[in-house]
Design a binder for this molecule. Structure first.
Ligand SMILES: [Zn+2]
Length: 134
């Protein structure tokens, strides 16, 4: 087996090993849209590089994952749940939600409005700086 392939598997296993702790943190709800009773999986907030760190991981449902993947084509009412998740106590959930919201604000006024009214503390700004969606 090629080395790159092994590294990929090893990385994947490590990320998946965060699942148990993240399940507890997320209380079995999607950390973005709060859906319950759906399958949740570990999502590494991009850019994905170096060793996986649990602080960069969030626990989300397939629907959110899907929406994030095609955010450039998001419809107006996609991501409305961000107005809640920007208040998350988990720093990465909060930071990532703001990044997604800023992306939505490029197109939709409801998101623009929320961003305008939002106070972002220094710690969160620092996290946001280290997120790159594309
Ligand atoms: Zn979700």
């Amino acid at each position: 087996m090629a080395k790159g392939y092994d590294e990929h598997i090893e990385r994947k296993n490590k990320v998946n090993s965060f699942g148990r702790e993240l399940t507890r943190r997320a209380k079995s709800k999607c950390e973005l849209c709060e859906a319950t009773g759906v399958s949740l999986s570990v999502y590494e907030v991009p850019p994905v590089k170096g060793d996986p760190e649990i602080e960069r991981c969030i626990f989300i449902c397939d629907e959110c994952r899907d929406k994030i993947d095609r955010i450039k084509k998001a419809k107006e009412n996609d991501f409305r749940f961000l107005t809640n998740s920007i208040w998350s106590e988990v720093p990465m959930v909060k930071g990532f939600s703001i990044v997604l919201l800023r992306e939505m604000a490029k197109k939709y006024s409801w998101a623009e409005q929320v961003i305008e009214d939002l106070y972002i503390d220094e710690e969160t700004e620092e996290i946001i700086k280290n997120i790159n969606l594309f």
